[in-house]
Design a protein around this ligand. Structure first.
Ligand code: HEM
Length: 508
């Protein structure tokens, strides 16, 4: 018998042998995974035993219907003091904290951002200030802090005011046709306009431009897709996600967002080729955001790679407009729902600004009542509902309970701001909580987070909110649309499931 006919007759046998080995290996792998899962779960249950949690399924965790998350949190914040473990699935758990003392304990440390969650943002905003940790974060934060010096922020008040006026002019034309307007979209265009002009020296008319509209749409999609991915056990793996329809949508939306930011970088670089523009920059005592990045690169090519520069631009483009759009939209809704406070704000602004033709930096700390109303809206509707950290060392809270290294902690600002221990009658809109003589825990109000990794754009944002509220109240009365009451849902920023619809009445 020849060799070839020998191997042919043995072939079926060798296939079944291979199959047997493969099945055995798969079985072993499965057993190994199951043992790993059980051990990890046992470890977690022991580590979290001091923290009672709402009943959950051993594998599917706390099954919270989509878009009901905030309602569930409100219920649990009252049932479980300070914190509780929220099981996502299998051995995936995060400890949700919403107590001022717990916030203080975590924000006083330097735990890194939880990579398991935030890495999903990396294809979009890259490793910019929001996602980086440790030494690189420290260097970037130090490099970018001068972009938020008050010398830089001062002239921004006028630029933001111009952007707000463009939006209000649009609203005047709109209300002839339709008495209820979905304001979130308009406000997003306005805040994008502001950040592009202030931080990126952009000179076009963003609010009338079609490309900016597709950027805003891409950001909305990315917000939703990110949120869905975090909740989906099957979408944790990059390859599987990349092949899914959501993964493809995410990829496309990232491309759209990057086209927008690439264009901004390209235009500014082109302007800087012009000697006169370059001379203007050289004469400036302080550079604004994009110029700091571009010059950091020019002076020392290796210190800021193209990739780092793009990541910072993507990060600030997103953080610099979506957060403020959420804040302004919810503030407008809160004022519409509380006409007595709206009236008092308007009176304050009218006596300060007259017709509002000129609003400057000096006006910013001369509207105490309006500021109280803004803060109270930021309390009830925190634009960034949560941030997530991974404990790099064990922590013991002031009540004696501890968590070990490696646990993922979600700081729920929404839970904190609605915690009746920190805020009696938390659902009541009461600006006097922020009256100058009122007292509260240092960590009970954290819309901009706290500690070293607090919001770098806080001052810029507060000014933008004040300018938007002041100029809008001078021109419009804001009324709620009783047929479309907004329904808050958590995304990267706080959104409303059905948009934010307001009736706008022109003032004479
Ligand atoms: C009402 C508006 C805003 C709110 C409520 C807000 C809130 C926050 C919060 C809660 C954080 C902490 C994030 C974390 O720990 O994961 C943060 C960080 C950050 N914010 Fe804001 N933000 C606002 C506006 C802005 C603006 C206008 C900019 C840029 C111009 C900005 C840029 C950033 C950046 C870059 C970080 C990361 C800082 C770091 O880790 O060093 N934010 N913001």
């Amino acid at each position: 018998m020849s060799m070839s006919s020998l191997s042919l007759t043995r072939f079926p046998g060798s296939i079944s042998g291979l199959l047997q080995v493969a099945s055995l290996l798969s079985l072993l792998l499965l057993l190994f995974k199951a043992a790993q899962f059980l051990l990890r779960r046992q470890w977690l249950l022991k580590a979290l035993q001091q923290f009672p949690s709402p009943p959950s399924h051993w594998f599917f965790g706390h099954k919270i219907p989509k878009d009901q998350e905030l309602q569930y949190i409100l219920k649990w914040v009252n049932e479980f003091p300070s914190a509780f473990p929220q099981w996502l699935w299998g051995s995936k758990v995060r400890v949700l904290v919403y107590d001022p003392e717990y916030m203080k304990a975590i924000l006083g440390r330097s735990d890194p951002k939880a990579s398991g969650t935030y890495r999903f943002l990396a294809p979009w905003i890259g490793y910019g200030l929001l996602l980086i940790n440790e030494q690189t974060w420290f260097q970037h934060r130090r490099m970018l802090t001068p972009a938020f010096h008050y010398d830089i922020l001062k002239p921004y008040v006028g630029i933001v005011a111009d952007s707000v006026r463009v939006m209000l002019d649009k609203w005047e034309k709109l209300i002839d046709k339709d008495s209820s307007v979905e304001v979130f979209q308009h406000i997003s265009m306005m805040t994008l306009d502001s950040i592009m002009k202030c931080a990126f020296s952009y000179q076009g008319n963003v609010q009338l431009d079609r490309h900016s509209q597709s950027y805003i749409k891409a950001i909305g999609d990315l917000n939703n897709l990110f949120f869905d991915r975090v909740r989906n056990a099957f979408h944790q793996n990059d390859t599987i996600y990349g092949l899914s329809s959501d993964g493809r949508l995410f990829h496309r939306a990232c491309q759209l967002a990057h086209e927008h930011t690439d264009q901004v970088i390209k235009e500014r670089k082109a302007q800087l080729q012009n000697e006169r523009e370059l001379e203007k920059i050289r004469r400036k005592r302080r550079l604004d955001f994009l110029d700091i990045l571009l010059f950091a690169k020019m002076e020392n090519g290796s210190s800021l790679s193209d990739e780092d520069l793009r990541a910072e631009v993507d990060t600030f483009m997103f953080e610099g407009h979506d957060t403020t759009a959420s804040a302004i939209s919810w503030i407008f809704y809160a004022l519409a729902a509380h006409p007595e406070h709206q009236k008092k704000c308007r009176e304050e602004v009218q006596s300060l600004l007259g017709d509002g033709a000129s609003i400057t930096w000096d006006h910013m700390d001369q509207m105490p009542y309006t500021t109280m109303c803004i803060k109270e809206a930021l309390r009830i509707y925190p634009p960034v509902p949560v941030v997530v950290r991974e404990l790099k060392t064990p922590v013991t809270f002031p009540d004696g309970r501890s968590l070990p290294k490696g646990i993922i902690v979600t700081l729920s600002f929404y839970g904190l701001h609605h915690n009746s221990k920190a805020w009696p009658n938390p659902e009541v809109y009461d600006p006097f909580r922020f009256a100058p003589d009122s007292s509260r825990h240092s960590h009970s109000f954290l819309p901009f987070s706290g500690g070293a990794r607090n919001c770098i754009g806080k001052q810029f944002a507060m000014n933008e909110l004040k300018v938007a509220v002041a100029l809008t109240l001078l021109r419009f009365e804001l009324l709620p649309d009783p047929t479309r009451i907004p329904f808050p849902i958590p995304r990267l920023v706080l959104k409303s499931k059905n948009g934010i619809h307001l009736r706008l009445r022109k003032l004479h």
